[in-house]
Design a protein. Structure first.
Length: 67
């Protein structure tokens, strides 16, 4: 199981910051941002190898399940 930032969202925000810089904004004036969207991913293959049974309710909440 992994809970981490959504990389597509991070890339989109980075592109928006680059656009602002290219339009003349000073990098020092752009505030630092924290990720706001996160993904919950379950690796079912690793869970099987470790002998873990992942509850159905947890699988339904996952954004992605790796087989």
């Amino acid at each position: 199981m992994s809970y981490g930032p959504n990389f597509a969202s991070l890339n989109r925000r980075a592109a928006e910051m680059v656009d602002r810089i290219l339009r003349g904004a000073k990098p020092a004036d752009i505030p630092v941002e924290q990720p706001t969207k996160f993904d919950f991913v379950i690796n079912l293959t690793t869970a099987r190898v470790l002998g873990l049974k992942v509850p159905e309710a947890l699988l339904l909440r996952a954004d992605e399940a790796i087989e």
